[in-house]
Design a protein around this ligand. Structure first.
Ligand SMILES: NC(=O)c1ccc[n+]([C@@H]2O[C@H](COP(=O)([O-])OP(=O)(O)OC[C@H]3O[C@@H](n4cnc5c(N)ncnc54)[C@H](OP(=O)(O)O)[C@@H]3O)[C@@H](O)[C@H]2O)c1
Length: 268
């Protein structure tokens, strides 16, 4: 038996590790991201574990490329059992530090983090309904609790949570599961790759990375949640606590969030 999974953002970090962990005989993997050579390096690691792999250079910020990704998957493997919407970009900046002429990148970030997942999911939906498949949305704890210095990123991740929560209910009669994953701080390059107040790669992390979760553990939890069809995977004890504490003591949660950012990103 074969199992076909599309993983967006599979050229590094969490997506690449999810691909490696899903690899084995019978695994048909479709790896998508903008950098084809990086995808091909991940593909080699997956093939060594027995997977059949298709790499598709995809910018999820372009709707036609999301459709082309799904079309290429169906041409090669004939079905889609799982879609893991993982591609994402981080951003750190205080709103007051973003110049009006640079605000456009807030829209660009939404295009990658939200619209990329919406467009890919829409294109894959008929195939996922046919297979009674699984959808995963990789959100963030910043999609549960608003984090200072992360207005743009939190907005994209809250939007993802709302979209996929509504879709989960919509798809209930069809047998397609929707799992939203909320990682905390995970040891990848996301904060280095992520954008600063000018919408350019930050080059360094704006978070306190002490105690970050390993990428292996994060990928394992995402796959476990997907396979069980869990509604949500909230990854850390702090995240679980923050979610409920926010209802009864929101001020305390704001203080916890302020503590998590480095001094230069604290509101002045
Ligand atoms: N690491 C964390 O601490 C953390 C915490 C919470 C949530 N998350 C979420 O987890 C997901 C993966 O993050 P990560 O830590 O693995 O980040 P990462 O190491 O920076 O990897 C991001 C991936 O997304 C791809 N990507 C970026 N823009 C894209 C675009 N326009 N089209 C297609 N692919 C694109 C990148 O590939 P290319 O550059 O080749 O396109 C790369 O494969 C993201 O959605 C992130 O928000 C991460």
């Amino acid at each position: 038996m074969t199992y076909t999974s599309i993983i967006t953002g599979a050229s590094e970090g969490i997506g690449a590790e999810v691909a490696r962990q899903l690899s084995g005989p019978g695994a048909h993997l479709v790896l998508a991201a903008r950098r084809l050579s990086a995808l091909e390096a991940v593909a080699k690691q997956c093939e060594a574990k027995g997977a059949s792999v298709l790499c598709v250079a995809t910018d999820v910020a372009v709707q036609a490329q999301c459709q082309a990704l799904v079309d290429a998957t169906l041409r090669k493997f004939g079905k889609i059992d799982a879609l893991i919407n993982n591609a994402g970009i981080s951003a750190h900046a205080l709103l007051q530090d973003v110049k009006a002429e640079d605000l456009r990148w807030y829209e660009d970030l939404m295009r990658v983090n939200l619209w990329g997942a919406v467009w890919t999911t829409h294109a894959a939906l008929p195939a996922l309904k046919a297979s009674k498949g699984k959808i995963v949305a990789v959100s963030s704890l910043a999609g549960i609790v608003g984090v200072p210095g992360r207005t743009a990123y939190s907005a994209t991740k809250f939007a993802m949570s709302g979209f996929f929560e509504a879709l989960r209910a919509e798809l209930k009669p069809s047998g397609v599961s929707v799992t939203t994953a909320y990682p905390g701080v995970v040891t990848t390059n996301i904060r280095v790759n992520g954008w600063n107040a000018k919408g350019q790669a930050a080059g360094s992390s704006g978070l306190d990375e002490a105690g970050a979760m390993s990428v292996e553990e994060c990928a394992r939890l995402i796959i476990q949640g997907m396979q069980r069809g869990d509604r949500e995977v909230v990854m850390t004890a702090k995240g679980k606590l923050g979610r409920w504490l926010k209802l009864i003591a929101p001020g305390m949660v704001e203080n916890m969030a302020l503590k998590a950012v480095k001094a230069d990103l604290r509101p002045r």
